[in-house]
Design a protein around this ligand. Structure first.
Ligand SMILES: NC(=O)C1=CN([C@@H]2O[C@H](COP(=O)(O)OP(=O)(O)OC[C@H]3O[C@@H](n4cnc5c(N)ncnc54)[C@H](OP(=O)(O)O)[C@@H]3O)[C@@H](O)[C@H]2O)C=CC1
Ligand SMILES: CC(=O)C(=O)O
Ligand SMILES: [Mg+2]
Length: 599
């Protein structure tokens, strides 16, 4: 069965800690539940006939319709006479995909496939994660957002404008799916490291939710991408004739807050209190505020703060097995003190405290640099706002990263400031000078914003550094050894967290769930991975990672009273799997189904 998570390419983790039998084929419960789903789908769509079937990406199988199906559904002659298997179609898709001359063309090709034949799209994406994730996700999705005016083909998801205030619930009711369980929402203000792209940022919720399905096995009908259009402060977009949103400055202040508030309550009213709302790529000043405001009232999390924290912490935990240090024995230097890095710093601090350190001890190991230099209590440029204040030190003011590294001699440097090339030759060499195995994470996205390349990090430390990056870098061979840079991207976290949260009916998502996800992800890194320089399992294993995280969180949620889905299942793995999407085609033949009006 071609389940998104049960592809033939599955491997068993050699790590003994991987307690899931990943070669297990689809369980009988899953099978019966999938049969049920297929039948329900058919009944729901039973009025669709003829050409409308081919125009419906959820039903369309293209040349894979059998002759019987073609006759039964009134589509005979509307497609070429040949009948292909899904596997044969996959070969055609891959040939087409590889023939495209640029990554942006590959992006357009894949979203067109998604618009045409959803199951085939998810099959090829889930079976070719290493090749296709860099297209539907970072870095290419960044390029697609920048050029969304020409990339845009068919709308996907909901566009809710500030002009729609008072009617957001009605707009949600226009969405054809009733059982939405996961929303990724952005207002487009901080799209990757590319800045304010306004409505063009819609590529991000769409891309993230494609990964919900391809990596987390969450049914696409349960996923809803949403763009909140409050305008954009990007002046170029104000005069862009192709722009598809409000060509005015952003609405801010109480009007904006009320709009977001109405949105949150409308979602809860329409889809219930266990519908997960993932905040994505909001501007810094709003991201933290909304997280605080909504985290205990809604089922929500901020991926840039909490998801990134978990993936980076997991990378650090795995790195410690290489550096042979305890977490508390490190000195962390963060380049950037925004959503990503503050989230990581907070989670690492929590992890140190879980291991017995006091809060003060933990914080003393964490240094941060923002656009005004080292975070110190006294700075010529004035006060320090928000969460940054927790990490400010009694120390002299410094604002040159190279000098800061020389002064502090950190064991780990983590960049998330979208300042391309911030890890200069001198910074990297200093890291190599003071550490046998320096930890260097260049987390900014897309690739054009990375603090340094994998090649630079490896070359300038003679292959000694432990490297990870937000967007993928190719492997690099040095001193006869091939090293595989880890992709320190929240894509290792949010699909699994979402799957766990949704299946258990969690109402609030505490930080401890992210710490738990980080620990689980780190456990899945084997000694063989580490020997290859990886601090994450390879991307080809990412679906198993998501499942592991989801099952682990399910255990945790039921034990700690966070789950609302009852009765509690005995076998959490079977339970989680029973919810998962299969990209296998539905069968529209009388042997398995009869038209309801003839039944
Ligand atoms: N790998 C991953 O999974 C993720 C990666 N990211 C990436 O991280 C980057 C930052 O995102 P995010 O944290 O949300 O953005 P924010 O806007 O919240 O934070 C950016 C931070 O960078 C600081 N900064 C800006 N210029 C400099 C400079 N010259 N020197 C030092 N610091 C500087 C800012 O300083 P100030 O506070 O003074 O303005 C701010 O603290 C983006 O490229 C994003 O794509 C984000 C989420 C996940
Ligand atoms: C990966 C991600 O969420 C970001 O760069 O914003
Ligand atoms: Mg993001």
């Amino acid at each position: 069965m071609a389940s998104v998570v049960s592809t033939a390419s599955r491997k068993v983790f050699s790590n003994a800690t991987s307690r899931l039998s990943l070669l297990t084929s689809v369980s009988s419960r899953e099978k019966s539940s999938n049969e049920g789903k297929r039948r329900r789908d058919l009944i729901n769509h039973s009025r669709v006939r003829g050409i409308d079937i081919l125009r419906n990406p959820k039903l369309n199988k293209g040349t894979a319709f059998t002759v019987k199906e073609r006759q039964l559904m009134g589509i005979h002659g509307l497609i070429p006479p040949v009948v292909r298997t899904m596997e044969e179609q996959t070969v055609r898709v891959l040939t087409n995909f590889r023939k495209r001359s640029s990554d942006l063309d590959r992006f357009i090709y894949l979203i067109s496939l998604q618009d045409r034949n959803e199951r085939l799209f998810y099959k090829v994406l889930s079976e070719n994660v290493e090749d296709m994730m860099p297209i539907v996700y970072t870095p290419t999705v960044g390029q697609a957002c920048e050029h969304y005016g020409i990339v845009f083909r068919r709308p996907r998801g909901l566009f809710i404008s500030i002009n729609d205030r008072g009617h957001i619930y009605d707009i949600l009711c226009n969405w054809p799916e009733r059982n939405v369980k996961a929303i990724v929402v952005t207002d487009g203000e901080r799209i990757l490291g590319l800045g304010d792209l306004g409505v063009y940022g819609m590529g991000i919720p769409v891309g993230k939710l494609s990964l919900y399905t391809a990596l987390g096995g969450i049914h696409p009908a349960k996923c809803l991408p949403i763009l909140l259009d409050v305008g954009t402060n990007n002046k170029k977009l104000h005069s862009d004739p192709l722009y598809i949103g409000r060509q005015e400055n952003r609405v801010t202040g109480p009007e904006y807050d009320d709009f977001v508030d109405e949105f949150m309550h409308a979602v809860q009213r329409r889809y219930g209190s266990t519908c997960l709302i993932q905040f994505e790529d909001f501007g810094n000043h709003n991201a933290f505020r909304f997280l605080e405001k909504y985290r205990n009232k809604f089922c929500t999390f901020n991926d840039d703060i909490q998801g990134t924290a978990a993936v980076a912490a997991a990378g650090v935990f795995a790195s410690l097995r290489i550096t042979k240090k305890k977490l508390i024995d490190n000195v962390f230097l963060f380049q950037g003190a925004g959503e990503a890095n503050i989230g990581i710093a907070q989670l690492l601090s929590l992890a140190m405290q879980e291991e017995g350190a006091t809060e003060a001890e933990a914080i003393s190991k964490i240094w941060m640099v923002d656009s005004r230099g080292l975070l110190t209590k006294e700075r010529p440029s004035g006060g320090i706002s928000g969460h940054k204040a927790d990490f400010a030190k009694d120390f002299k003011h410094m604002n040159n990263l190279e000098e800061i590294v020389e002064e502090l001699k950190p064991s780990a440097i983590i960049g998330a400031a979208a300042v391309a090339g911030a890890f200069t030759e001198k910074v990297i060499k200093s890291m190599g000078k003071y550490n046998e195995r320096p930890i260097i994470f260049a987390l900014s996205n897309p690739t054009s914003k990375a603090e340094c390349s994998a090649e630079d990090a490896y070359t300038l430390t003679e292959g000694r550094c432990v490297f990870a990056s937000g967007s993928p870098f190719p492997s690099f061979t040095i001193n006869g050894k091939t090293l595989y840079p880890g992709q320190g991207n929240n894509a290792y976290i949010f699909p699994g967290v979402a799957l766990g949260v949704i299946t258990c009916g969690v109402r609030h998502v505490p930080d401890l769930l992210f710490l738990r996800a980080a620990q689980r992800l780190a456990e899945l890194v084997t000694d063989e991975h580490l020997a290859e320089g990886r601090v994450y399992p390879p991307l080809s294993d990412i679906q198993e990672v998501s499942l592991n995280i989801a099952v682990d969180l399910a255990e945790y949620c039921y034990t700690n009273g966070l789950a609302s889905a009852y009765p509690e299942p005995d076998d959490k793995e079977e339970y989680v799997k029973s919810f998962m999407y299969t990209s296998e085609y539905e069968i529209f033949e009388p042997e398995t189904w009869e038209w309801p009006d003839k039944a």
